[in-house]
Design a protein around this ligand. Structure first.
Ligand code: R5P
Length: 265
């Protein structure tokens, strides 16, 4: 890797342990005012000290995040359809690399819809973004397996993850599944898991622990943090699993303690 690429990559995947807590708050580009993000800055700004990177759209970044903040940004650059469209996530390029550079990002994120009717469109647009981003040393995070129709089992997730890595992703975001070791082992690049829809905190922390045990580089988690009854306590508990070797059970204890104390330092 060239210096710029390496530097940006390690502002996502921390060099100390090869892990990351990416906070995903990009949901508005297809879901609108997602539950928990209606008052975006109020929810997200207190989480910034605990996020290794923040993944969001340019509109959310410009309008809600103080430019004085030093949290590294991964910019969502695919989109084009809404939750109301039956072809949800038939996405194209929504933000140029020039704009990403202007916003001083450390990475860009693009969804590929492997197995969908329109997979070819999303994959060819993804590779265009990879070509352009690589020219400037910007890592591309491939977002895989989002959508309702796919059976998110080890066979499918391994296929989508491996394809994303071979097509040029520097990091792949996918979902946790039974047999996740295979997804990680057959990926040429680090794999992080999304949280998916909100589940009880204990389950989300256990899933995070299982993913780390299986070799994941961390999480790119959204709803299970910002929809938690105490988002600050939850992101700190997730960090404890990803960076401090806590089990799911230990992290849940920590969550409960932090929640009782209000979540802040
Ligand atoms: C979906 O494409 C978005 O990128 C979300 O950011 C992603 O699914 C991660 O968020 P969550 O943990 O809420 O699933």
């Amino acid at each position: 890797m060239d210096w710029g690429m390496k530097n940006r990559f390690h502002r996502i995947i921390r060099p100390e342990d090869g892990r990351t807590v990416m906070l995903a708050v990009d949901h508005g580009y297809f879901l609108g005012p997602t539950t928990g993000l209606e008052r975006f800055a109020e929810t997200v700004v207190p989480l910034l000290p605990y996020a290794d990177t923040l993944m969001l759209t340019r509109g959310a970044l410009r309008n809600y995040i103080p430019p004085e903040s030093d949290v590294p940004i991964v910019l969502r650059v695919s989109g084009g359809t809404s939750i109301l469209n039956k072809n949800l996530l038939h996405e194209g390029i929504i933000t140029s690399i020039e704009e990403a550079i202007r916003l001083n990002v450390v990475g860009v994120a693009f969804s590929i819809l492997v197995g969908a009717e329109f997979e070819r469109d999303t994959i060819l647009n993804f590779t265009k973004v990879v070509d352009e981003a690589e020219r400037y040393g910007i890592p591309v995070v491939a977002v895989t397996a989002v959508g309702r129709d796919m059976v998110k089992d080890v066979k499918y997730l391994s296929l989508a993850t491996r394809m994303a890595g071979e097509l040029g992703a520097r990091i792949v975001k996918t979902y946790f599944c039974e047999g996740f070791e295979k997804v990680v082992e057959t990926s040429p690049v680090p794999v992080v898991i999304a949280g998916g829809k909100k589940i009880p905190e204990k389950e989300a922390l256990t899933m995070t622990y299982s993913a780390i045990e299986a070799g994941a580089a961390g999480v790119d988690m959204g709803r299970n943090i910002f929809q938690s009854e105490n988002p600050v306590a939850m992101i700190r508990a997730v960090r404890a699993v990803v960076h401090e070797g806590y089990t799911g059970e230990e992290a849940y204890q920590l969550f409960e303690e932090l929640k009782a104390g209000g979540g802040e330092e």
